[in-house]
Design a protein. Structure first.
Lengths: 413, 291
């Protein structure tokens, strides 16, 4: 199917967009009288499946963002409501739920999804319907011109920026690097990011193994990875796959021979396998509660979360849920309501500081420019308490230099 | 590719196969003797892992967990048979299938309520942490232990079934329950014990798998699928079949992982398809058997 506008043929996507635009026009009068009704935010996320732990944190934090706004009287006098749906980590399911949220529940915007593939499914629906979507899961593809629309915003880090920050802390010129990669979009994008960073640093790639998504046993990949004799093993997978892969690699004595590095080090997975297994593992993160002493925003966010959740601390993916919803609500407040074009405009102009320091959405691809943390898992004896999981190795301040350029992504500059 | 890597890979495959054998064995025994397709087998595997973890932390020793969890969950299995399954004997095969399918949901949700849906760590017993130098490479001590333990369990099971009076009754009961009743054997008690044994084996598989994976409420669903594939390849109801097919699947996964890692999961289903085409009753199955 032609992707560029050079051919006169009308693609299905254009036709869909056109149809939904006319449908939106027809629906206008109804929206007009709905000025005082509740603002509804759709929130598809994989409440069941291997990413369930991260998904539930997203929901808790999204609910917190909504609660804080409602406590202050809502937006322009309107209450905000969060409609959470289980996308079962399946792009088709997510697309169906999103369509329902838009058509049946009449949501004003969608935030959510927790897989690079699933978020593209959600995005497909929202952009065809002209509904704002703030994605809170890592993806490079969503920034690229072919998947972009003016309604698409990306609050999460992307693999390009995450892997670059992690590689800077862990790789040196001449080092040998091997990869164990989940065989789907997230893994492929992380691998691409690492290899790009590796090439820039001058580290050598000694091999890569793709593993099936959601595998429970990794023992069959490990002897071959060890026979590659790398200095660093990059494990690019997510959720329980990360916990299982690291645990089994450690069982095989991998850590005695090489350092384990992950693109994103997951709070919940570190909890799921314990400190001894994760000790010394380095990975990137969007957020860690231990930013508290150095960031007033983080301290405030932690305090609000603790107050709402019986003293518990917010996690990395939880923070995405918060900043994704809260940045959208800030933009709605600035726009004075839910008019899509006005909110898009407000999001593009928004300068926000919600969890860890200043952020803004870059104009060309709506990627959130933000800081990247690099964390190292602490050993048990170095932990001050049960929540003291990681040492912060680096906090790279957010800047557009971290991102691929607008022209590389195919956006008009 | 050097030989030592292939041997290491073979060993990984056998360790993987050992857990498959134990879980598939429980499934196949219950089907072979009772004609019940136990869809709750995966959930009971998961319950076994949780029970092992709980008992290990209660007693402070992995070994008590390993010993007591299969017994306790096996007894729980007998309760299931006594209260639920027993009523469905003699009915169509779908009825116990649906019952156990529903039961698996109840068990998974129950564990979510009691232990939460996040994964929890299951520490490797301290005596088995680390790797053993085999001369050609390093292999985790725990996985070697799993292979050895499964071998012992299989030996005991085989001796009991083939060499004892109890085994004779069980085998005869599977062949013709009516004659057994005429001969004065309380076949209900035999079935109760068999179901308990099957569930106990699932629980043992769960405890053994615990230190190798993260323990979570959904850990049984993949295991159930794997166990079914193994029983189908080996022949439904065949004990020898479960052992051979379990090892075959483990080794196939491992060897394929060496050459085409992204195909590692698909290979067992491909193997099943091939076996079904050539020998529909499975490698050691009996043709036309409906139990």
């Amino acid at each position: 199917m032609p992707k560029s506008g050079s051919t006169p043929k009308i693609s299905r996507r254009t036709a869909l967009a056109g149809l939904s635009a006319s449908a939106a026009l027809l629906a206008m009068p109804r929206l007009g009288r709905a000025a005082d009704e509740t603002i509804r935010i759709g929130f598809p996320t994989p409440l069941t499946g291997p990413f369930a732990a991260e998904a539930r944190d997203q929901v808790k934090c999204a609910e917190l963002a909504v609660k804080l706004v409602n406590d202050k009287g809502g937006i322009a006098g309107r209450k905000v409501e969060l409609l959470v749906r289980d996308d079962k980590l399946n792009a088709g399911e997510a697309a169906t739920r999103t369509l329902e949220l838009i058509e049946k529940d009449k949501v004003h915007a969608v935030v959510g999804a927790l897989s690079s593939a699933v978020q593209l499914g959600v995005n497909e629906v929202t952009r065809a319907r002209g509904v704002i979507y703030v994605s809170i899961s890592q993806s490079d593809t969503i920034n690229e011109a072919k998947d972009f629309s003016k309604y698409t915003f990306h609050e999460a880090l992307n693999p390009h920026m995450t892997t670059a920050a992690v590689a800077r802390q862990t790789l040196k010129k001449g080092m040998k690097v091997a990869h164990l990669v989940a065989d789907y979009a997230y893994g492929h994008e992380m691998l691409r990011g690492f290899k790009r960073a590796q090439a820039a640093i001058g580290a050598d790639n000694v091999g890569e193994i793709l593993h099936p998504f959601g595998a429970a046993d990794y023992s069959t990949f490990i002897p071959r990875l060890m026979s590659m004799r790398p200095d660093v093993l990059c494990i690019s997978n997510f959720g329980r796959d990360q916990a299982n892969a690291i645990k089994q690699a450690v069982d095989f004595g991998v850590k005695q021979q090489m350092k384990i590095v992950v693109p994103v080090i997951l709070h919940n997975q570190r909890l799921a396998v314990g400190p001894d297994v994760f000790e010394g593992v380095v990975g990137g993160a969007n957020y860690y509660w231990g930013l508290e002493p150095q960031s007033k925003t983080a301290a405030d966010f932690n305090a609000a979360f603790r107050a709402a959740n019986g003293g518990a601390i917010p996690t990395d993916y939880g923070a995405y849920g918060y900043s994704g919803v809260a940045s959208l609500l800030l933009a709605m407040r600035a726009a004075g309501g839910t008019d899509t074009d006005k909110v898009v405009d407000a999001l593009e102009k928004l300068q926000y500081d919600l969890t860890k320091g200043p952020q803004h959405y870059r104009k060309c691809d709506h990627q959130s420019v933000q800081s990247v943390l690099v964390l190292e898992s602490k050993k048990k004896s170095a932990m001050a308490n049960d929540n003291d999981l990681f040492a912060i190795l680096a906090t790279d301040t957010g800047s557009a230099d971290m991102l691929r350029s607008c022209s590389e992504l195919g956006h008009a500059t | 590719m050097d030989l030592s890597l292939i041997i290491m890979q073979l060993l990984s495959g056998i360790a993987l196969g050992a857990v498959l054998v134990i879980t598939a064995l429980g499934l196949t025994i219950v089907f072979g003797m009772l004609g019940v397709v136990n869809f709750a087998h995966g959930a009971l595997f998961m319950i076994g892992a949780y029970a092992g973890l709980y008992l290990a932390s209660l007693t402070g020793s992995f070994w008590w967990g390993l010993l007591l969890a299969p017994i306790l969950i096996g007894a729980f299995g007998m309760l299931i048979e006594f209260v639920l399954i027993r009523r469905l004997y003699g009915r169509s095969i779908d009825d116990p299938l649906l019952l156990t399918f529903g039961l698996s949901y109840v068990l998974v949700e129950g564990v979510r309520i009691v232990f939460g849906s996040d994964g929890i760590p299951f520490p490797t017993p301290p005596q088995l942490i680390g790797v053993l130098d085999l001369g050609i490479g390093f292999f985790p001590r725990y996985r070697l232990f799993v292979i050895a333990l499964v071998a012992v369990v299989l030996l005991v099971l085989w001796l009991t079934l083939e060499k004892t009076r109890v085994g004779l009754i069980v085998r005869a009961g599977a062949r013709d329950p009516t004659i057994m009743q005429v001969l004065g054997v309380d076949i209900g008690r035999v079935w109760l014990a068999i179901f308990g044994l099957g569930v106990g084996l699932a629980a043992l598989g769960g405890v053994l798998a615990g230190p190798m994976r993260s323990v979570n409420p959904e850990m049984g669903s993949l295991v159930l699928a794997e166990a079914f594939v193994v029983t189908v390849i080996g022949g439904l109801g065949s004990i020898v079949g479960a052992v051979v097919a379990g090892l075959m699947v483990g080794i196939s996964i491992s060897m394929v992982a060496l050459f085409a890692p992204e195909m590692a999961t698909i290979v067992m289903f491909a193997l099943m398809a091939v076996v079904l085409l050539i020998r529909p009753q499975g490698l050691f199955g009996v043709r036309g058997r409906t139990a």
